[in-house]
Design a protein around this ligand. Structure first.
Ligand SMILES: NC(=O)c1ccc[n+]([C@@H]2O[C@H](COP(=O)([O-])OP(=O)(O)OC[C@H]3O[C@@H](n4cnc5c(N)ncnc54)[C@H](OP(=O)(O)O)[C@@H]3O)[C@@H](O)[C@H]2O)c1
Length: 231
């Protein structure tokens, strides 16, 4: 079976970099949800990439499970806009993301003003794209055209990573290989899957860097396909 992914026309969208730390078997979380895989130099790199971005974003499951701050703390820099892709507003306004100073962007679907009120009271900015589940292509267009976001860092999880890659919205993938094996759990790209042959994501290594004495390895890839032209 040949699956053709329609990438559509050139679109204005932010340059997008995925950053994840994974085990040797490509897992970002174990079957029990354990996900502490970084070493100190990997954390440093993560914060450098946050400082590079205009927006750092996670999927709703990561926001619920990890309750991340997404702030820049390990390098001297401003914290970018922080965000969550949350179609059903599952991440409560009490999440740590919303309780820290600085703007938070919720990318969601067609919710009423009433449903959004508690988030707006926490200072959240909201974009609506799609119904049922966030339309990532539309969301990335809005980020670029209406919010002026030019650089996005995506910090997982696997479902959001996969959906963005499949939609052709990812330019770079930075993975840090941690010296562990889970054997099961959440993959760094987790979704319906590419069939293979001519229809599988193809990447090119653009950099390799040993971290923490060489036991961790950062590998930077450029996405060759699928990838929408930027402009
Ligand atoms: N090691 C690492 O570097 C690392 C990094 C990040 C996360 N993690 C781990 O990864 C796990 C979470 O990963 P995950 O794959 O379960 O979740 P995820 O990617 O963080 O979030 C997935 C959710 O995003 C929402 N979403 C909204 N629009 C979407 C779209 N168009 N396509 C796909 N998803 C969309 C969906 O929920 P709604 O439909 O409800 O919106 C979906 O269930 C956690 O255990 C976390 O600890 C590890």
């Amino acid at each position: 079976m040949i699956v053709v992914i329609e990438l559509g026309r050139t679109m204005p969208r932010p340059y997008t970099r995925i950053f994840s730390t994974m085990t040797v078997d490509g897992r970002i979380a174990s079957k029990t949800g354990y996900s502490k895989l970084s070493c100190h130099e990997d954390f440093d790199l993560q914060h450098q990439v946050r400082a590079w971005a205009d927006l750092v974003v996670v999927g709703s499951n990561t926001a619920l499970v990890d309750d991340p701050r997404l702030t820049v703390r390990r390098v001297p820099s401003r914290t970018p806009l922080r965000g969550v892709v949350d179609s059903r507003l599952r991440v409560p306004p009490t999440a740590r993301l919303y309780s820290l100073p600085g703007a938070v962007l919720i990318t969601t679907t067609d919710h009423s003003d009433e449903e959004l009120l508690a988030y707006e009271r926490r200072g959240a900015r909201i974009i609506k794209a799609g119904s049922g589940r966030v339309d990532l292509v539309e969301a990335w267009r809005i980020l670029y055209e209406e919010l002026g976001v030019r650089r996005v860092m995506v910090e997982g999880g696997g479902s959001l990573n996969y959906a963005l890659l499949e939609a052709g919205l990812v330019d770079e993938v930075w993975v840090t290989l941690a010296p562990y094996v889970f054997g099961a759990g959440r993959s760094v790209f987790d979704g319906p899957g590419f069939p293979g042959g001519d229809n599988m994501a193809r990447l090119r290594v653009v950099g390799v860097r040993p971290l923490c004495g060489g036991s961790w390895i950062s590998v930077r890839y450029e996405v060759l396909w699928p990838r929408r032209p930027l402009y």
